[in-house]
Design a protein around this ligand. Structure first.
Ligand code: ADP
Length: 618
């Protein structure tokens, strides 16, 4: 039943389309804006310290060269100890400056990263909380949300640091390059060239790696789900009894093996290419060294110049690698950022759009309502009409898949009808903001929430503004028959569930009562019971409906049930068959009519009688 409600598993998400340079530039700007907004002060500090620090290698190289040359000259006499000490002093000062800059840079980076992570997480969570229920049922959007949230810790900061690092690398390269250019025209180009192959390889495989991970998102979710089944406390009984652990494990492992094959393939190819790149780079560096040594043999360069070459090579190659890796890193992170922006830019449904509904709902009227789920081809509801007034209970009956839950989703404004109208007090519901209408409704779902919070929160979460309303919470608890909370160690404030330390686990029935208390706690004019047959035991369901009838004149009750003993209490019964209303009326009317309802009722009544007979016989 649960399965039939979910949308069918989607195909794995397509690999991202390569971004056009224009799009990439726009995303880059948008990312920079995001970083800047997260913390202007730390962005500025980080950028300034990085850029200043990037000029230090060249300064160090140059002072080192001067020092070496002076030492060489000192060997021939003519240089004072004082002159050497001054140079040493400059070198030490540069070292101290470097440490200072990197300390400030590190601190700024950490704080910026933290602000950024918080800022982006908030935007994602804001977006997610405004997303329609429908979007959650759409596998691709859900994947996007999951990915955006999972990587929020590393990606945006990655773009920020890489971008600044890039500018820093340019500063370093230009300054060190200028020093090296003095050693001969070919040296710098050769050294630069030598650093390219390695970078190209790591760039190529970085992108492939990202694509692979993105491809795997969907399968990884399935695998994760399978693992979740094996580790779930709620499902362990069923899993053990039916003994399908080996099946789950096997499927879980099959997914792993699939991932593993892709990983091995990528590693194999990367190693081959990496080795080739190292070889090419060694040859080019060797060539540059040979050129320098020839000049040395001709007495054209000093010891200090040679030191610039030897130390500069490592500096240049390291910087070029950093630079190009930075570019590819930015490219990869931008793919992530695009995913994030796509998600954030998804047209959301503004739950507050429309007029504000005020006061209670006195009548609900479905007028020829039709509904089709997004991306599907079939109307699951057609021409559904009924009216229910304050003080009345309406029961929806019908086989699984007939459309009962869909009616409830439309009534509660989780979805909007694709045809026809829903009138509230005679006014078109679509005029009013979904949230303001929803405030007038309370519901117990078949798969209601078991919140791993206190018992109070489990009840009062239905109207958080009244979290401290003790008499209200108590009243709802009593009305729901959840008096057991008084016996909990800390009463209504006892933490529930096993997920966190100190939580008390409740029985399934006790959780049901709390969900019922939640339903009552909200002062709503429409109460909806979505198949409480599953959520409530027969007595609770019967008592609940009886109690509701006792409060006649106050509320509208809509109930989905398979239990005819409850259904018959409703003032009005609507039988759905394949998305259309096939019969409607009171229990007595429908029985008198002798149609499908009467047949179903007779079937179940026979079952009850047989049950009762057995019990008596025992
Ligand atoms: P009932 O509550 O009577 O069992 P539902 O209202 O849940 O029936 O479902 C009615 C029909 O709509 C079914 O055919 C079901 O497969 C389909 N359906 C339900 N949810 C979705 C969804 N999110 N996307 C597509 N089809 C759906």
């Amino acid at each position: 039943m649960q399965m039939s409600r979910r949308s069918p598993p989607a195909a794995p998400p397509a690999p991202p389309d390569p971004l056009t340079p224009r799009q990439r530039a726009a995303d880059l700007l948008q990312t920079l804006r995001l970083v800047w907004l997260a913390s202007p002060r730390h962005s500025l500090t980080y950028a300034a310290t990085t850029l200043a620090g990037s000029a230090l290698p060249a300064a160090n190289l140059y002072v080192g060269k001067l020092l070496l040359d002076e030492v060489a000259r000192a060997a021939q006499g003519g240089v004072t100890y004082r002159a050497l000490l001054v140079l040493l002093g400059v070198q030490v000062a540069l070292g101290v400056l470097g440490s200072l800059l990197s300390t400030v840079q590190g601190a700024a980076q950490q704080l910026l990263g933290d602000s950024l992570q918080h800022g982006v997480s908030r935007r994602i969570l804001d977006k997610a909380s405004g997303m329609s229920v429908e979007a959650f049922e759409h596998a691709e959007t859900y994947d996007q949300l999951q990915q955006a949230y999972r990587e929020v810790g590393s990606r945006p900061l990655g773009v920020a640091t890489q971008l600044v690092g890039l500018a820093g690398a340019v500063v370093t390269l230009v300054s060190v390059g200028a020093l090296m250019a003095r050693l001969g025209v070919w040296v710098l180009p050769l050294v630069l060239l030598a650093s390219l192959p390695g970078v190209w390889v790591s760039n190529k495989f970085g992108v492939e790696n990202y694509r692979m991970l993105r491809w795997q998102t969907h399968d990884a979710r399935v695998q994760n789900y399978l693992g979740g089944l094996l580790t779930s406390d709620q499902l362990v009984k069923e899993v053990r009894l039916f003994g399908f652990e080996p099946y789950l494990l096997r499927r879980w492992r099959d997914y792993y093996l699939g991932f593993r094959r892709q990983l091995e393939d990528i590693i194999r190819r990367r190693s081959r290419w990496g080795f080739g790149a190292a070889l090419a780079s060694a040859l080019l560096t060797g060539l540059a060294s040979a050129l320098i040594l020839r000049r040395a043999a001709n007495g054209q360069i000093t010891v200090g110049d040679f030191s610039i070459f030897v130390l500069g090579i490592a500096q240049v190659q390291g910087t070029v690698a950093g630079l190009l890796n930075g570019v590819s890193g930015i490219y990869q992170n931008l793919l992530y950022m695009r995913n994030l922006f796509d998600f954030l830019e998804k047209p959301g449904r503004d739950l507050d759009a429309g007029e504000e509904w005020r006061g209670s709902i006195e009548t609900v009227e479905f007028q020829d309502v039709a509904f089709r789920y997004p991306l599907t081809e079939r109307d699951v509801l057609r021409g559904v009409s009924f009216t229910v007034r304050r003080g009345e209970a309406l029961a929806l009956v019908g086989e699984n898949g007939a459309g009962k839950t869909t009616v409830v989703k439309l009534l509660t404004r989780l979805f909007e009808p694709t045809g026809g109208r829903i009138l509230l007090n005679g006014l078109d519901a679509s005029r009013f903001s979904p949230r303001s209408v929803q405030r007038q409704m309370s519901i117990i779902f078949q798969d209601f929430g078991q919140y791993q919070m206190s018992a109070r929160e489990n009840v009062a979460i239905a109207e958080v503004g009244r979290l401290e309303d003790d008499p209200g919470v108590e009243g709802a608890v009593r009305q729901a028959g959840a008096a057991f909370v008084d016996t909990l160690p800390q009463g209504i404030d006892t933490p529930l569930g096993r997920l966190f330390q100190g939580g008390r686990q409740l029985s399934g029935g006790q959780w049901q009562r709390l969900a019922l208390a939640r339903l009552y706690f909200r002062d709503a004019s429409v109460l909806v019971f979505d198949e409480p047959t599953a959520a409530l035991d027969a007595r609770a369901e019967f008592e609940t409906i009886e109690a509701l009838r006792a409060q006649a004149g106050e509320r509208i009750t809509v109930l989905i049930s398979h239990r005819f003993s409850t259904v018959r209490l409703a003032d009005q019964i609507v039988l759905l068959e394949g998305g259309v209303v096939s019969e409607a009326g009171s229990h007595a009317e429908l029985i008198a009519r002798g149609g499908q309802y009467a047949a179903l009722y007779a079937l179940q009544a026979r079952g009850y009688t047989a049950e009762a007979g057995k019990t008596t016989a025992r």
